[in-house]
Design a protein around this ligand. Structure first.
Ligand code: ACO
Length: 196
């Protein structure tokens, strides 16, 4: 059993797995249009963490990392600094590049485990691998997702809440509104080892 994370990179093996994952999403998320699933799974700005067993995909999560720096906040800070002729270089850099001016969140688009392997713990292990990868490779601090009503219980067990703490200007207008679900958030612990 292994956990991998790939996007559409043209490598044959990765493409076979991504197509397998797309088929699982197609069956497990019947309310999602099939073309929309293919488009996002194959879109290069999305990544997919997959559970692979005996070279077959058992399930996965497709997400999009958002890591843009908030230029508006940097520009307004710059204007503030230049108003004050005594603003020191240190003040300037501290104010302009604090860690919180970037979006640093991931939007989970799809999440599913193939029918005959559900409720065996794969979904939990998958989410833990996603958190570890998103924090250590993408530098993300949070996840957002529109959870289907029947999957809210699963997301709560994975540490998601219905209260959104992430500042609105980091995510509003970026993530796709989706009528059929409930917006949920998960904060990624900055230090916790999520996988062994
Ligand atoms: N509702 C409530 N609790 C659930 C659900 C659910 N639908 N699914 C799993 N759980 C619980 C399990 O009972 C388990 O609880 P426990 O730790 O107390 O024993 C815990 O969540 C983790 O279970 P896993 O076995 O790790 O979960 P699984 O491998 O079944 O994966 C998943 C969960 C992905 C929801 C899977 O059941 C699935 O593919 N379902 C159909 C597709 C789906 O609904 N996907 C999410 C749609 S929303 C979106 O994609 C953004």
């Amino acid at each position: 059993l292994k956990f991998v994370c790939y996007s559409n990179d043209g490598v044959d093996e990765h493409m076979v797995w991504l197509i397998g994952l797309k088929n699982i999403f197609g069956r497990q998320l019947p309310n999602m249009p099939k073309e929309y699933i293919v488009r996002l799974v194959m879109d290069r700005s999305h990544k997919s963490v997959m559970v692979i067993r005996r070279n077959q995909v058992v399930g996965g999560i497709t997400y999009r990392p958002y890591v843009r720096t908030n230029l508006t906040s940097i520009i307004s800070t710059l204007e503030f600094c230049f108003d004050d002729v005594n603003a020191s270089y240190v003040l300037f850099t501290d104010a302009c590049f604090p860690g919180n001016t970037s979006q640093k969140f991931g939007e989970i688009a799809f999440c599913a485990i193939t029918a005959d392997e559900q409720v065996k713990g794969y979904g939990t292990r998958l989410m833990n691998h996603l958190k570890q990868h998103a924090r250590d490779v993408d530098g993300l601090t949070h996840f957002l997702t529109y959870a289907d009503n029947n999957a809210v219980g699963y997301f709560i067990k994975q540490g998601f809440t219905k209260e959104i703490h992430l500042e609105r200007d980091r995510w509003q207008g970026y993530i796709k509104d989706y009528d059929g679900g409930i917006l949920m958030e998960c904060k990624i612990d900055p230090k916790l080892p999520y996988t062994d």
